[in-house]
Design a protein around this ligand. Structure first.
Ligand code: MN
Length: 165
């Protein structure tokens, strides 16, 4: 049987110290990974926003801005498909342009109010014309909030966060 020489014993002690250090680092890393995964999962429940906007440039601007802020975004240029898309996508917020061909945003907001499943979805209306009485009419139709174009990015993001937060 081998006897542990002092050198061997010292090596063994050093090795076990190294092993314990390695093990504790490994545990720390696992805890750290665990919290990272939990964090990523937290971020994964991002809010869904449906943008109904016939102007391609505006649609792209709104979409890019919201995606850059971790929103899940779908865009729609034809208001006639709005109800089907709301039912398919189940957004937490609808951003509704008012001036659109075929069907106006105002009519869509109004019609949403008589659909039991769509009525609870908040609408942020955006309009190019801020005429006298526009705000009252849009809010009266059932929109949660109203912004007039050109919409500033900070103002826009603030309104979206205020409604979805
Ligand atoms: Mn438009």
């Amino acid at each position: 049987p081998k006897r542990a020489s002092p050198g061997r014993l010292e090596f063994g002690l050093r090795f076990s110290h190294l092993f314990r250090t390695w093990l504790s680092l490994k545990r720390k890393r696992r805890r750290c990974l665990g919290s990272k995964i939990a964090h990523a999962k937290g971020n994964a429940v991002s809010k869904k926003v449906l943008i109904v906007e016939d102007n391609e440039l505006n649609l792209k601007l709104f979409t890019d801005l919201l995606r850059a802020h971790q929103f899940e975004v779908e865009g729609l240029r034809d208001g006639r498909e709005a109800f089907a898309r709301m039912r398919g996508f189940a957004p937490d917020l609808v951003i509704m342009d008012i001036q659109m061909p075929h069907v106006s945003g105002l009519d869509l907001i109004e019609a949403m109010q008589s659909e039991a499943d769509l009525k609870p979805i908040p609408v942020l209306a955006v309009t190019a014309y801020a005429g006298k009485g526009d705000e009252e009419r849009i809010l009266g139709a059932g929109a949660r909030a109203y912004l007039s174009k050109p919409v500033g990015m900070v103002q826009f993001l603030g309104a979206v966060k205020a409604i979805t937060g």
